[in-house]
Design a protein around this ligand. Sequence first.
Ligand SMILES: [Zn+2]
Length: 303
Amino acid sequence: MDTISLIEALVDRPLLCDGAMGTQLQARGLKPGQCGEEWNVTAAARVEDVHRRYVAAGCDLITTNTFGGTDVALARHGLAARGREFNEAGARVARLAAGPGRWVLGDVGPLGELLEPWGTISSATAGRAFRDQAAALLAGGADVILVETMSDPQEAAIAARGAREAGARLVIATFAFQAAGDGFRTMMGATARECVRAAMQGGASIVGANCGTNLSLADYVRLGRELVEAAEGHPVIVQPNAGAPRLVNGAAVYDESAVELASCVPKFLAAGVRVIGGCCGTTPEHLAAMAEAMRRHAAGDRG
Ligand SMILES: [Zn+2]
């Protein structure tokens, strides 16, 4: 799909992004610690099945299974040399499942290491890693690059810039926040305003939040409002977790039901958020309920 038409489509109506990928793959046999991106090559049918469930749920935007697809992140699995292959295959399988009328977001997550001066990764190394990943995603058929779950505004800016240099015509950037006082900050201490500014300076045109730490659904709505204010007219995306997690035997469990998540859809829209989706703990069932809530909202039933 034409990337310009995504911005145009957003003027007409809000769009629905998809939900979690990692937990869906685990439900299909991916072991904890295993490289999920490798499945784009070795178990593509299972990845495609997850995409197809989100398409059937009514999602407009389908996100590739390439969150840890930079060579820096893949190096932790000893698979840095396979980056091009995994990312291209990930974009191809998402494109195939998305079909016409939907956009494929080439997913780019954080490097998982701190940049200099806090860590050892130089901006040049980071820039190269993000550019290479974006180039492979675009070659495989991604329409847009989604830079997501960022904590460091500088890293997000480098990722967005790398995507633009690789030829992406549209970049979306989202950050993971936690509640801090009366507002929100990322793990690196950045405010919504600082994140939005950095992402846009890097070349992102749609900005927002995904995932996050211990945020209730009401927090996500407040965060959405704060982001809309900070974005000054640019479209805002929010992809909440299925509520704040509770720990069960060391594992995070997300309890908010599809009905509860769907009940937030009108609140997000009233706050001015234009793209809504899901992060940790969300399933095709959650997204189907959210799609229905969007349809009801569009039909004028605000109750
Ligand atoms: Zn998440």
